[in-house]
Design a protein around this ligand. Structure first.
Ligand code: ATP
Length: 829
């Protein structure tokens, strides 16, 4: 054994001794024959694909019965795993109501059911001892009960909720994750920086409840954590001094003629401005400089309302136009308005900023150089954003190359404007330089540059016409179709929901800003392109490129060929590869959040839950917090740990998307042991604790042990050691119903342990993934065209059923017709 292997082995032994002790402490639930049979017999008798609407802490499902699975019987002795649930979960489980799915559906306005579900079965972790509680005619979750939102948790620091301090995943397993693109968490098991560090964080209340039965590195599942990522302290390197930031801005501004620098400034400030108005103070301190800081002119595209023109698919040049709509209310401060900074707010570093009057703020005629839009604070959101953009820029080329897209395209946020002006050498259709990188300035399809800028000065309502068609709605708002008057091009516009009464402005702005920031930063064929954002009549409107179909609707049509499914899957992976390469994780990947255009190009939408997990030049993983996402797609660690690496979470969700596309059903409704399907999936792995399974680390490579090497080759990870012949328990339970060639990598994507889960680069190198023919776009710098795969065409469904809203409307009509028929038959009687 080499010394390295020895070291790793020692580390592993050290860890496994911890695990063993944990296991002995954990509640063990061995379910033998009869019990296993019982469990299996109630399991998955209701296979449905559930459209989960809004994202954060929402469990209500839109239920779509697309398939049926026969109840399976487990005849062998199985070892099931136990999960220590939170009080709320237990409470919920004890009180599982026999609710009809219509009840569930009606409990969430934006998650209306498309099809009703039938029975469900539940595992109730009563006193941590699982038992089967079959509930007929009930759907799984009650949105009102399962994840009640605890506002107090929002304010709790470091995810201390209900007196319990729930550790981060990385502190519970011996790995820390550097942020390099090539970093594979599988390789990080040797690093044990924080192993066991959480032990002391367990609060007495938790210990009182569970006493000595609590494993050292296992914490309660608290379904209610919805706090934004927060950290106790901010590392000094994240605090950028005002002077540094200022000089960096100025030098950037000199380089870029103001194209990029104030942008990061502007969107955090601008959106924050919408809400954090302090008129009197602002008026007092307004200055010409400040007044101009958000000047939206051709010369100084400093506001987020100025955008670069991008070539659209199929060679149609779409021009992202600049919009001023209505003047955004005067800014006061944009503190913590960005998700980029939500976890690292040095409170002392915030400098109260003031801006000019609303009248001047978006003065289109003012040509003062944007250098005067001096960052108004050394607020870390700005510095983080700046860092993020740098990283984005440096990675974009890579990403584009690897994805064979956007050749020569703009390595800057997608809608940063590079409009020609006396001070700006960029002209449409030409190459320029920005931050030392070559950029292509797309030509303007909507006419001459001056006519575009003239149009940009028009209010939103004059530039666009609503067609009235609803595309969908969710927790974040509703999405509608609009037509751009200048060229009759169709776009989707998301009207962000209004602030909830019990929501703080800060939280509200943070949510909106995150979506906008990310939307405007990303530039990839498999990511939706944000054209502009505007504020009009107290509404925030985000204009996006329009995609003709929801992937959900296409899957629902049941018409997809296998090759088409694989193509969509690979496109989603390609989008994720791009996101992860620039330090972003989506965190709410699901069928509903993939749209597809008529050319078969899949685009990820809805970045309301996205997070930054790494910053440039930092090897530190910024863990995410909270149960964010949609139940069936949630990775198990999200339900167990308060903090986790969001990348493996995306990977898990994508595997579930694939399974849904193939099976037309969810493998389980939630990755908790009270879901019998999930419980069986976790079972049979020589381990009786879900937390132990989730905190497993990869086996170190062993050159003396041929068996291990074989196992590795066959794709089995430490968590997948279940009896391969038993198709009812363990990973095989899911994998055996998937195409054989996909089983290896999907198995690695649904590894219960995030440390063992395949990362995106590994997935993209998988022979099966490599072999998939994928439709993609190619950009020659002037036009973007589509390269279609030869082995499939993409399903196109009737527009009335192409979007979630259409499906829901149809469902309602169907229900109404059924109700009318019932009432008329009653009358006849
Ligand atoms: N660019 C687009 N083109 C076509 N349809 C879209 C587009 N963007 C959104 N939609 C439709 O609108 C729906 C809602 O959009 P989105 O997911 O952004 O809203 P949300 O309120 O954030 O939803 P969620 O509840 O999932 O968080 C999508 O499921 C999709 O059907």
């Amino acid at each position: 054994m080499s010394s390295l292997t020895k070291l790793l082995q020692e580390k592993k032994n050290e860890h496994s001794s911890t695990e063993n002790s944990n296991s002995s402490l954990a509640t063990i639930n061995e379910t033998k024959n009869a019990h296993g049979e019982s469990a299996a017999s109630t399991d998955s008798s209701h296979v449905k694909i559930t459209r989960n609407g809004p994202t954060i802490l929402r469990t209500t499902s839109r239920t779509l019965d697309l398939g049926q699975t026969q109840p399976r019987r487990t005849t062998t002795s199985v070892t099931t795993v136990t999960q220590i649930d939170s009080e709320d979960d237990n409470h919920h489980a004890h009180n599982i109501p026999t609710v009809s799915s219509s009840f569930l559906n009606s409990n969430f306005a934006h998650t209306a059911s498309l099809y009703t579900s039938n029975a469900g079965s539940f595992i109730d972790n009563h006193n941590n001892n699982s038992y089967i509680s079959p509930v007929s005619n009930s759907s799984f979750s009650n949105s009102n009960n399962v994840f009640p939102i605890r506002r107090d948790s929002l304010r709790s620091s470091n995810s201390i909720s209900n007196g319990r301090n729930i550790p981060s995943l990385s502190s519970s397993i011996p790995y820390s994750v550097p942020n390099s693109n090539k970093d594979n968490s599988n390789n990080n098991h040797g690093s044990n920086n924080s192993h066991g560090s959480n032990n002391s964080s367990l609060t007495s209340s938790w210990l009182e409840v569970y006493g000595s039965s609590l494993p050292k590195n296992v914490s309660a599942i608290d379904s209610n954590i919805i706090s934004s990522p927060q950290v106790d302290s901010v590392e000094p390197r994240f605090m950028i001094s005002k002077q540094k930031l200022q000089s960096a801005s100025q030098s950037n501004l000199q380089q870029t003629h103001g194209n990029s620098v104030s942008r990061s400034n502007s969107f955090s400030s601008q959106i924050g401005n919408m809400f954090f108005s302090k008129p009197s103070k602002d008026k007092q301190s307004s200055s010409p400089h400040h007044n101009n800081s958000h000047t939206n002119s051709d010369n100084h595209p400093t506001s987020p309302n100025t955008h670069v023109s991008h070539n659209s698919i199929n060679g149609n040049n779409s021009t992202a136009s600049s919009s001023n709509g209505t003047a955004i209310p005067k800014p006061t401060r944009a503190r913590t308005t960005s998700i980029y900074s939500s976890s690292r707010q040095p409170s002392s570093s915030y400098t109260e900023a003031t801006y000019g009057s609303p009248n001047n703020q978006y003065d289109n005629t003012n040509n003062n150089p944007p250098s005067q839009s001096i960052p108004r604070s050394h607020h870390s959101s700005i510095s983080n954003l700046r860092s993020f953009f740098k990283k984005s820029s440096s990675n974009l080329n890579n990403s584009n190359n690897s994805n064979n897209s956007n050749v020569g395209s703009v390595p800057v946020p997608s809608n940063v404007s590079h409009q020609s002006s006396s001070k700006n050498s960029f002209t449409p259709g030409s190459y320029g330089s920005m931050n030392g990188e070559t950029i292509y300035v797309a030509s303007n399809s909507s006419g001459s540059h001056s006519s575009q800028s003239r149009e940009n000065q028009l209010p939103f309502a004059k530039r666009y016409t609503r067609t009235g068609e609803d595309l969908g709605a969710g927790a974040g708002g509703s999405v509608k179709l609009i037509k751009r008057n200048s060229d009759s091009k169709i776009f989707a516009v998301k009207e962000f929901r209004a602030k909830f009464e019990n929501e703080t402005k800060r939280d509200y702005v943070k949510k909106i800003t995150s979506e906008y920031c990310i939307g405007t930063t990303l530039n990839h064929p498999n990511i939706i392109q944000t054209i502009e954002i505007t504020y009009e009549n107290n509404r925030i409107l985000q204009v996006m490129e329009y995609c003709e179909y929801d992937l959900f609707a296409i899957v629902m049509s049941n018409k997809m060929s296998y090759e088409e499914i694989c193509c969509c899957f690979k496109q989603i992976l390609t989008g994720i590869q791009y996101l992860h390469s620039i330090g972003l994780a989506h965190r709410d990947l699901k069928l509903d959040n993939c749209v597809i255009n008529k050319d078969g190009i899949v685009k990820l939408i809805d970045f309301g839950a996205a997070v930054v997990f790494s910053y440039p030049f930092s090897k530190t993983l910024v863990e995410s917090s909270g149960i964010v996402g949609s139940d069936p797609y949630l990775a198990p660690e999200v339900c167990i740990f308060s903090k986790y690496d969001p990348r493996p979470v995306d990977i898990w969700s994508t595997a579930i998307i694939f399974a849904c596309m193939i099976l037309k059903k969810f493998p389980w409704k939630i990755p908790k042991l009270r879901d019998n399907s999930f419980k069986l999936f976790c079972s049979g792995r020589n381990c009786d604790s879900l937390s132990a399974l989730v905190t497993r680390t990869p086996e170190p490579p062993s050159y003396d042990n041929a068996k291990n090497a074989d196992t590795e080759r066959s794709g089995s990870c430490s968590n997948n050691t279940a009896d391969r012949n038993n198709l009812n328990i363990g990973p095989q339970r899911l994998l055996h119903s998937l195409p054989e060639e996909s089983q290896h990598i999907i198995g690695k994507m649904v590894d219960l342990a995030p440390a063992c889960r395949a990362n995106i680069d590994e997935i993209m190198e998988d022979p099966w993934i490599v072999s998939i023919e994928m439709c993609t776009t190619v950009d020659n710098g002037f036009k973007t065209g589509v390269i279609t795969a030869s082995d499939h065409t993409h399903t196109q469904v009737d527009q009335s059923e192409a979007h979630i809203a259409g499906l829901e409307k149809k469902k309602k009509e169907k229900n109404a017709a059924a109700a009318a028929a019932t009432s008329s038959s009653k009358q006849n009687h």
